[in-house]
Design a protein around this ligand. Structure first.
Ligand SMILES: [Zn+2]
Ligand SMILES: [Zn+2]
Length: 276
């Protein structure tokens, strides 16, 4: 992965900075900033751990403008309430997810509602949430755009529908689920009903399914692919990279994976439009 070094103080305010703070069943959180607006997509680790991981990258929780929630599973919302209250951060959430998540979030600074399919802005970042078949009340994937630069986020997919593929086209950065290796899942220790749930249209995407998705949506301007929500029981990062990497034929993007045990590198994504 292209490592942006030194960290964001030196980044052009038009560029986007992205950091995978965590991804996996223990917690998911993605930091995105354009220098003036900074947000988290999900905050599924404890508030303290998210603070610790941000500060280790010289990112300031008190500068967060929003936390945007994909769905109500604990690995996506665990730290939301604490961070929102501590730093007065608005929480963006769909109406249906709000109903399912609010008992677990406690009091938050402010809720702002969105609907899947309808774009919304947080300052000058444009979010386009879209529906995903994963088994929560109203799971959302997102694209986050600034000018011609687009980040696609789809970490709990179930299956990749035609609509999901449409949204994920023309992204500069793709954060894609590669949850399990089918053989490891089949022969692994999970009880049969859980195996069935993971494999189903409302579960998680396998390495092979992620490869098929990437084959369809790769394009010449794709710069980075980050594999996420990798199971530590039913997959390995090496398997995920090896299988999904076979999809890449055209554009040679950087291919990396996100861990749940440590934050990834700070990734700087040039805003091509603003540098013209
Ligand atoms: Zn989930
Ligand atoms: Zn999840």
């Amino acid at each position: 992965m292209k490592n942006c070094n030194p960290p964001p103080k030196a980044v052009n305010s038009c560029d986007l900075t992205l950091c995978m703070l965590s991804s996996g069943s223990k917690g998911n959180s993605i930091y995105i900033s354009n220098g003036t607006t900074s947000i988290l997509v999900d905050a599924g680790l404890s508030g303290i751990e998210i603070e610790r991981r941000m500060k280790s990258k010289e990112l300031l929780p008190e500068k967060l403008d929003a936390i945007v929630i994909s769905h109500e599973h604990a690995d996506h919302i665990h730290g939301v309430g604490v961070l929102s209250r501590r730093y007065s951060i608005p929480v963006y959430i769909s109406n249906k997810t709000f109903k399912a998540a609010s008992p677990f979030l406690g009091k938050v600074y402010e809720f702002k509602k969105f609907e899947c399919g309808e774009k919304f802005k947080i300052n000058n970042l444009i979010f386009h949430p879209f529906s995903i078949s994963h088994d929560a009340e109203d799971t959302a994937g997102f694209t986050v755009s600034q000018n011609s630069t687009k980040i696609g986020i789809a970490t709990d997919l179930g299956i990749a529908t035609t609509m999901v593929k449409e949204h994920l086209k023309k992204c500069s950065v793709l954060i894609l689920e590669a949850n399990h290796d089918p053989d490891m899942l089949e022969n692994g220790p999970y009880p049969w009903p859980l195996k069935q749930r993971i494999k189903s249209r409302t579960g998680h995407l396998s390495n092979e399914q992620s490869k098929a998705l990437l084959q369809e949506i790769q394009h010449d301007e794709l710069e980075h692919v980050i594999l996420s929500h990798i199971s530590e029981t039913n997959n390995t990062p090496q398997k995920a990279i090896s299988v999904v990497g076979q999809a890449i034929t055209c554009c040679r993007p950087n291919l990396d994976f996100a861990s749940q045990y440590q934050s990834g590198a700070l990734l700087q994504i040039s805003d091509r439009y603003s540098s013209l």
